[in-house]
Design a protein around this ligand. Structure first.
Ligand SMILES: Nc1ncnc2c1ncn2[C@@H]1O[C@H](COP(=O)(O)OP(=O)(O)OP(=O)(O)O)[C@@H](O)[C@H]1O
Ligand SMILES: [Mg+2]
Length: 228
């Protein structure tokens, strides 16, 4: 199994009280699957993705990536898994403003590989995402939709097996939303598992599986994975 999330619970403390942002969450993802997780603000979507990406540790439960449990790994080992197997698209703006589009896209590759051949690969990805003419521009001269495409190119630079996309269409109009979702669908069909969280149910027709996250509890609304 490419990704297995097993009995995941995350408790946060606020004002001296603890509460569960995630409550016994279970799901799996295989190569080529497009999975949507829909939930309203505060339901735990970003918490879930950041734990899968190894950026936070759960209070209980386990994340397995290609059967490798993340718990017990060192920060360095988790960073290596994140940079080689996962393309993480964080919520909101995440491009570095002092780097051009192409240098932003190259960045994850430069950390993990010999960088000689990266510009060609980055340039190809930028073209495929339809922003070829913006390669040498800085992010603040791009529209929201164009920045989104640049972030997707950056997430793809290391050929990840899993894409984690945190509300990648939240600041886009309908046309750009459709185009970005279609890009994710294409990425999934080409052999990557795409896990996309969103607060709008605009991805159902593209998804192999749709889950709803409500106050930290995950429930399947479309597909046939969970036996509830
Ligand atoms: N570091 C933290 N400490 C305490 N509480 C937190 C922390 N991070 C998130 N929370 C709380 O946990 C809950 C889930 O937060 P999370 O960011 O995962 O929600 P979300 O579904 O991504 O929301 P949104 O759609 O607004 O991005 C919220 O109630 C939030 O206030
Ligand atoms: Mg969020």
């Amino acid at each position: 199994m490419l990704l297995k999330v097993s009995d995941l619970t995350k408790e946060y403390k606020r004002g001296g009280k603890s509460f569960a942002a995630l409550n016994n969450v279970n799901f799996t993802a295989k190569t080529g699957e497009f999975i949507s997780i829909v939930g309203c603000s505060g339901s735990g979507k970003s918490t879930l993705l950041s734990i899968i990406a190894g950026l936070q540790t759960p209070t209980d439960g386990e994340v397995f990536i290609e059967s490798q449990p993340l718990s017990g790994l060192t920060d360095k080992e988790i960073s290596l898994i994140r940079s080689t197997k996962i393309g993480y698209i964080p919520q909101g703006q995440s491009l570095l403003s002092n780097l051009t589009v192409i240098d932003n896209v190259c960045l994850p590759y430069v950390f993990t590989h010999n960088a000689d051949d990266v510009k060609k690969r980055a340039s190809d990805l930028i073209m495929q995402l339809g922003i070829g003419e913006l390669s040498n521009c800085y992010p603040n001269s791009l529209s929201g939709g164009e920045r989104r495409r640049a972030v997707i190119a950056r997430a793809l630079i290391n050929s990840p097996k899993i894409i984690l996309a945190d509300e990648p269409t939240s600041d886009l109009d309908r046309k750009n939303t459709k185009e970005v979702i279609e890009i994710f669908k294409k990425i999934a069909v080409q052999g990557t598992a795409v896990i996309m969280v969103t607060h709008e149910n605009d991805t159902q027709s593209y998804s192999d599986f749709v889950y709803e996250l409500s106050e930290g509890t995950l429930r399947e609304v479309f597909g046939n994975k969970l036996k509830l």
